[in-house]
Write a new protein. Sequence first.
Length: 277
Amino acid sequence: MQLIDGKKIAQERQDAVTKAVQKLATPPHLVVVLVGEDSASVVYTRNKHATCEKVGMKSTLLKLPATISEDDLLSKIHDLNQERDVHGILIQLPLPKHISADRIMDAIDPHKDVDGFHPENVGLLHLGQPRFVPCTPKGVMTLLDSIDYDCAGKNAVVIGRSNIVGKPMAELLLQRNATVTICHSKTKDITTITRTADILVAAAGKPHLVTADWVKPGACVIDVGIHRMPDGKLTGDVDFDSVSKIAGWITPVPGGVGPMTIATLLENTLQAAEGAI
Ligand code: NAD
């Protein structure tokens, strides 16, 4: 079994971004919008902000109250769209219930949509003409590339069908000529399907859902899940102890997909700035 070290690969990508930023006349500027004080979102936005600064980017963390109206938030986004100095806009999800995330995503200038959630960017990805690709699945592809994994002709199974992970993940694997199956909460006899997977991506949001009996020996297992357990430790959707005994490759949690998501956000922000300058 080979461990895929996301922390190390993310650091390498971060170093490459740092070098590219140094060559630009104007540093890329990312604005992260945090609405409310959801505790996980506070931590995520703080990490994104700090990592941007570490690579020499300009980062603004715009904190807005949970009570902000949808119209006021839309007007903030319109302002950010107009600001020439702002290259990337990221709205931290989830948003408070009275605000439509779809309407907000739709309002972001698609050329500043570094998360790749705007319908135009979603459409381009699914047409095979990607502009901004959602950070987590793009980061997973970087991990597969880091082990020179050739997806062509392989069976890939993605567990989860969300717009931010499962669906774009399946699309990216399809574009690499894998034969892709998406499983979800209504899938029947799921282990029969997952056991056919040469590449198994777990993004169900259920701690330790994937145990060794779900996995084909030698498979490449990518764990997207991230959960804080009652003892404070982080864990994934994959039962690492049992699955690592039969997998060919596996990503740990923490230190697998998580760091890649932030590294990819930096890459997308750099791409936005290079397109704008
Ligand atoms: P989500 O809740 O939007 O989607 C979960 C999907 O899993 C759904 O499509 C659902 O049908 C499916 N599912 C749920 N239970 C299932 C089951 N028992 N069997 C099969 N399918 C099942 O979640 P999401 O936003 O896609 O995130 C998934 C996980 O990935 C979460 O743990 C989240 O915290 C994590 N995540 C990690 C990163 C990262 O950077 N590592 C980024 C985004 C999300």
